[in-house]
Design a protein around this ligand. Structure first.
Ligand code: CMP
Length: 143
């Protein structure tokens, strides 16, 4: 079963949208297999957004993502990577289709309220970076 990494960004947390956003992924059929509420360190932010290091908006991106707590999660399901992305909508909320998370709750590309892995490689890398081996299974605890 495919897995993807999704992060609810600081402004969405501050606006009280955690439940609404999680609801939409769950309603779609994606299962949460790991989740944590956390502050993002400068170091983690730099690793997560390393691909954007040379972009003009890089500094703003790091400042934004470290500005308050986020919710990081791993979602699982058939075609989870693409399914999460279509549920979120286009990276630029101004171009996202109505009914998607980004279109319904945001307007600025730099404040697009949610992040999702963009492919198999980034999903594996991001899940490893944010959770390592710390993903519980569904097995019943027999202790
Ligand atoms: P995200 O999916 O978290 O991945 C990289 C982020 O960079 C992206 O969402 C946007 O929030 C941000 N981003 C991409 N392009 C721009 C831009 N032109 N200006 C500001 N932020 C951007």
């Amino acid at each position: 079963m495919e897995r993807t990494f999704v992060m609810i960004k600081p402004d969405a947390v501050q606006r009280g949208l955690i439940g609404e956003i999680i609801h939409r992924f769950e309603r779609r059929g994606l299962k949460i297999v790991a989740m944590k509420f956390m502050h993002v360190s400068e170091e983690l932010a730099a690793k997560h957004y390393a691909a954007h290091k040379e972009k003009p908006f890089y500094r703003d991106l790091i400042d934004y993502i470290t500005s308050g707590p986020v919710v990081a999660m791993v979602l699982e399901g058939t075609g989870a990577i693409a399914t999460a992305r279509t549920t979120m909508g286009a990276t630029n909320p101004a171009q996202a289709a109505p009914g998607t998370i980004r279109a319904d709750f945001s307007l600025e590309i730099g404040r697009n309220i949610v992040h999702g892995s963009d492919g198999e490689e980034s999903a594996a890398a991001e899940i490893g970076l944010w959770f390592g081996d710390d993903i519980p299974g569904w097995e019943r605890n027999t202790d």
